[in-house]
Design a protein around this ligand. Structure first.
Ligand code: S3P
Length: 428
């Protein structure tokens, strides 16, 4: 007998964070009006809106209806921001915006919260500098604040860049700078990361080509304002997928979720764990695949996770670690060293918190090993202001013997402000 009732019914999760960011960025540098429906009102995406407002773009955010209208000013329509741009907690904002700013004829400075100011930026500084972008870490340690100087009246230099890391933020930063280059810019990744920048650029009229792990962009397109319907965020849906699978008696439909193949690793892993999960009503919204996801309680099995699937589920690894605790057998997560440079070091934080609840888990250099099937207890866990950590432990709490006290759980506002309301609507 668990303390939580089965999760029964249907739910719609908020819009995709990655697509919401990109719709604001491209809407701002496109010509004409862009209207975004189902925009994510998370703090990260609001930071992107504020950045473009500071650069003179008229953006109307009707937060009650999640509808945003942008009056785009074209590729060369941004103006110099009057003060430092503060991206808050958002890695996507600082890295993608840096690519756009390197292409501008004005100076700018970007900073963010404590977490952002400890996240590695050399991964974008190196390729953007190869493009003659004038970008530097102010303190010289590769961390924000970042200072970007005017490129003058010369275009950036087109490059062909083999990225050492499968990161959509790195790839997108280079591709966006490529809009302002003197020829075709190419990015080759070790494994394919999420391709929302490519899909959105194509939808706004850019010429962009993806073949295998290589993406090529042609500069100076005429981007035209569009209507964007943002699919539900699969990374937010993941918490309810996990809850539906681990809480006995649950039967749950999560509607209108983006299932882009570069993001759907969670579905593949749930199936490998012998989870009862199915996709219904598959369709396409502005170049992105969308489906309703149905899950039922299942007896999960441990699984081995590594290799090219990692970028397809990188943000879901904390909640997968929770599922693994309630699965029979061992789950091994490998090749996921990128977890160490997310909003927090997600290997350390997950391992410390799960050990505090009595889980059999150890951290490794590139992931974790979890021996599941053992009850978890209540206790105190630290979110460390990391939204995905807080939401993962809210789901663990459905199954622990005793309550989990999540310190700093308000950080869910970064990507999912209505998370606790949505969860409570299903369990009360
Ligand atoms: C994102 C890319 C991923 C992901 C992040 C959002 C994006 O980061 O973890 O939450 O919107 O491009 P990396 O590119 O650093 O892997």
């Amino acid at each position: 007998m668990t303390k939580t009732k089965p999760l029964i019914g249907s739910i719609q999760v908020p819009g995709d964070k990655s697509i919401s960011h990109r719709a604001i960025m491209l809407g701002s540098i496109a010509e004409g009006t862009t209207t975004i429906y189902n925009f994510l009102q998370g703090l990260d995406c609001i930071a992107t809106i504020n950045a473009f407002r500071q650069m003179g773009i008229d953006i109307n955010n009707d937060a009650d209806n999640n509808k945003v209208v942008i009056k785009g000013k074209g590729l060369y329509g941004l103006k110099k921001p009057d003060k430092v741009i503060d991206v808050g907690n958002s890695g996507t904002t600082i890295r993608l915006l840096s690519g756009i700013l390197c292409g501008q004829g004005f100076d700018s400075v970007l900073t963010g919260d404590n977490s952002i100011r400890s996240r590695p930026m050399n991964r974008i500084i190196t390729p953007l500098s190869m493009m003659n972008g004038k970008i530097k870490s102010v303190s010289g340690d590769g961390l924000p604040p970042l200072e970007i100087s005017s490129r003058g009246d010369k275009p950036l230099k087109a490059i062909s860049y083999t990225s050492p890391v499968a990161s959509a933020q790195v790839k997108s930063s280079i591709l966006l700078a490529g809009l302002y280059a003197d020829g075709q810019t190419r990015v080759i990744e070790p494994n394919l990361s999420r391709n929302h920048t490519e899909i959105t650029l194509n939808y706004f009229g850019a010429s962009i080509n993806q073949e295998g792990n290589t993406t090529t962009i042609t500069p100076n397109p005429r981007l035209k304002g569009q209507v964007v319907n943002v699919p539900g965020d699969i990374s937010s849906a993941a918490y309810f997928i996990a809850a539906g699978l681990i809480v006995p008696g649950s039967k749950l439909l999560i509607k209108d979720v983006g299932i882009n193949p570069t993001r759907d690793g969670i579905i593949e892993i749930c199936r490998k764990m012998k989870g009862n999960i199915s996709l219904e009503n598959i369709r396409e919204w502005n170049g992105e695949q969308v489906a309703d996801i149905y899950v039922e309680h299942s007896n999960l099995q441990g699984v081995d996770i590594g290799g090219s699937i990692i970028p397809r589920l990188i943000d879901e690894l904390p909640i997968i670690a929770i599922m693994a605790c309630f699965a029979d057998g061992t789950t091994t997560i490998r090749d996921a060293e990128e977890l160490m440079v997310k909003e927090t070091n997600r290997i350390d934080v997950m391992v410390n918190n799960l050990q505090a609840l009595g889980a059999n888990i150890i951290g490794t250099d590139d992931g974790m090993i979890i021996r599941g099937g053992k009850p978890l207890f209540g206790g105190k866990v630290e979110s460390k202001n990391d939204h995905r950590i807080a939401m993962s432990f809210a789901i663990a709490n459905l199954m622990t013997e005793g309550d989990v006290d999540i310190v700093g759980q308000d950080c869910v506002n970064i990507s999912y402000p209505s998370f606790f309301d949505d969860l409570n609507s299903l369990i009360s």
